[in-house]
Design a protein around this ligand. Structure first.
Ligand code: HEM
Ligand SMILES: *[C@@H]1O[C@H](CO)[C@@H](O)[C@H](O)[C@H]1NC(C)=O
Ligand SMILES: *[C@@H]1O[C@H](CO)[C@@H](O)[C@H](O)[C@H]1NC(C)=O
Length: 493
């Protein structure tokens, strides 16, 4: 065969696969919800701003309605928007919409047998075990409250040392928050100078930035292709590995000193569980699953909370009158002579409402984590087959005009009634909803309250630019909404 006929053959083959692909797409699109027309292999790549996924999806919601189809790569997924539709899916049809969809930026590096990216009985058992263990070590209880307050003191001592010079809060906040979850998982906090703590927070911060950028978004859409292309996404693996190295070392130490009668932390409890199930060949707790679940807890528990703090402080610098009202309430209810406590929350509606508003407005995890349908279903009149990728657009809940009069404005009154008492709003889902709801919700809420109140009790945060110049729109969105970079002065009160 000569060159020209080889080329011709290749061309025909290419043409056929395009035609077949279009036929598949037309067949799929006939029954799925509406959405923009994809092209073979690349899907809707050219309709998606890969640097700002959440905004793209919000614009499409305006065009196509509360449920639409989008090809994230070659395969179709559905995007569910607004409080009503998301409640119908995640809560009312919990059974169908509660499974985890493929999420290559994590799945390809952490793999199966974890807490966050797998499904089935194994996931259910590991999740139940993790929740129980976290509770035993104080999640939602006084013991962890003391740990958080102690960490807040360490953090504030560092702030005192800055003597009012401009500081980058990122590293300070990440280390304090990472230490809270480290205490539960590893059984110890780290000194702020400890290289291991720096490795943990750097790895998590960097991976959060990558997964929230164009690179992470492209990786999720075309993982097989991206594995061969250069770019920051190639760092994902080494960053996860850095945390594995620290975890493995810690597990080894735990094994050497384990007293089965007196488990000290999450790792001890897990080691005991692994031993109990040693003779069970398909145990849901194989030895290799420990480091993976630790990875989930550290990653899930660090960047989310520290980004909310960092973003929240930025917003409070833009609206200093709101920060002052919080400080007035702190002085009135707690005073200056003692540390805050979670029981103060009920007596501090303004502070509580402001923290809820920060979580709504900053919308740190805008598209939740992906879900997948576990069986065929009818949703909003459309037939959705089993195995369809589902993106729950939490942004559209937090900016739902049916539930918030002026969603684009930061306003704690969204969570206050006429008498100034705290008022719930259904359209508040920063932790998502249903059986996949964030496992760390109660820990996160406790941390946010205690860190915000401790910090504002002792300090005022001052911007280094006029407040009118502060931007409070995220600079990138993917897994997370990343706040603008900034420095500020931390001045003792
Ligand atoms: C402000 C703080 C936090 C926010 C906004 C947040 C948000 C979320 C969201 C949106 C999900 C996905 C739920 C879904 O699949 O629909 C999630 C899952 C998860 N979060 Fe959080 N989270 C926070 C703090 C934490 C903390 C402190 C921990 C650790 C204790 C944690 C551990 C996890 C885990 C393990 C999952 C996976 C759950 C599963 O797949 O079953 N998160 N989180
Ligand atoms: C913060 O204020 C509390 C209450 O007045 C006090 O006990 C604590 O020592 C202060 N911490 C720092 C680091 O200033
Ligand atoms: C703050 O520190 C982070 C993490 O090291 C870095 O990425 C960021 O650029 C810094 N921000 C500023 C304003 O310097």
């Amino acid at each position: 065969m000569d060159w020209s006929s080889a080329f011709l053959l290749l061309f025909i083959f290419f043409l056929c696969s395009i035609i077949l692909n279009y036929m598949r797409i037309f067949k799929e699109k006939a029954t799925l919800p509406p959405g923009p027309m994809p092209i073979p292999f690349l899907g809707n790549l050219f309709q998606i701003d890969t640097n700002d996924l959440a905004t793209t999806l919000m614009k499409m919601k305006d065009k196509y309605g509360p449920v639409f189809t989008l090809y994230f790569g070659p395969k179709p997924g559905i995007v569910i928007c607004g409080y009503k539709a998301l409640k119908e899916a995640l809560i009312d049809q919990n059974d169908v919409f509660g499974d985890r969809g493929d999420y290559p930026v994590f799945l390809n590096f952490i793999g199966v047998h974890d807490l966050a990216f797998t499904n089935g009985e194994g996931w259910k058992n590991r999740r139940r075990f993790a929740l129980l263990t976290l509770r035993n070590f104080g999640m939602g209880k006084r013991s962890i409250e003391e740990r958080i307050l102690e960490e807040a003191q360490f953090l504030m001592n560092e702030f005192r040392k800055t003597n009012g010079s401009p500081v980058n809060l990122t590293v300070y906040l990440a280390r304090a928050v990472a230490n809270v979850i480290s205490s539960i998982v590893y059984g110890n906090r780290f000194d702020y100078k400890d290289k291991r703590l720096k490795a943990i927070t750097d790895s998590i911060y960097n991976n959060f930035c990558i997964t929230s950028s164009m690179w992470g978004n492209l990786y999720n859409m075309y993982p097989n292709l991206m594995d061969y292309l250069p770019g920051p996404h190639r760092k994902l693996k080494t960053n996860f590995q850095d945390i594995y190295d620290i975890t493995d070392e810690s597990i080894k130490k735990h094994e050497e000193t384990l007293d089965p009668e007196n488990p000290r932390d999450y790792i001890d409890c897990y080691l005991i569980k692994i031993k109990e199930e040693m003779n069970n060949l398909d145990s849901d707790f194989p030895a290799k699953s420990l480091r993976r679940t630790v990875q989930n807890l550290l990653f899930g528990g660090t960047e989310t909370v520290s980004t909310t703090l960092r973003f929240g402080i930025l917003v409070l610098m833009k609206y200093p009158e709101i920060a002052e009202r919080m400080q007035e309430e702190i002085d009135r209810v707690i005073g200056r002579d003692r540390s805050p406590a979670t029981v103060d929350r009920n007596k501090m509606p303004y502070t509580e409402a402001t923290i809820y508003e920060i979580m709504r407005f900053c919308d740190v995890i805008p598209i939740s984590l992906p879900h997948v349908t576990s069986k065929d279903t009818i949703f909003k009149g459309f037939f959705i087959p089993k195995g369809t990728y589902v993106a729950p657009l939490l942004t559209s809940v937090h900016y739902d005009p049916e539930y918030y009069a002026e969603p684009n404005k930061f306003n704690p009154n969204n969570f206050l009634d006429d008498k100034g008492l705290f008022r719930k709003n259904d359209a508040h889902m920063p932790f998502s909803a249903g059986k996949r709801i964030c496992l760390g919700e109660s820990l996160a809420r406790m941390e946010l309250f205690l860190f915000f109140t401790s910090l504002l009790q002792n300090f005022t945060f001052k911007p280094i630019v006029p407040k009118e110049e502060i931007s409070i729109r995220p600079t990138a969105s993917g897994l997370g909404n990343v706040p603008p970079k900034y420095k500020c002065r931390v001045l003792p009160r």
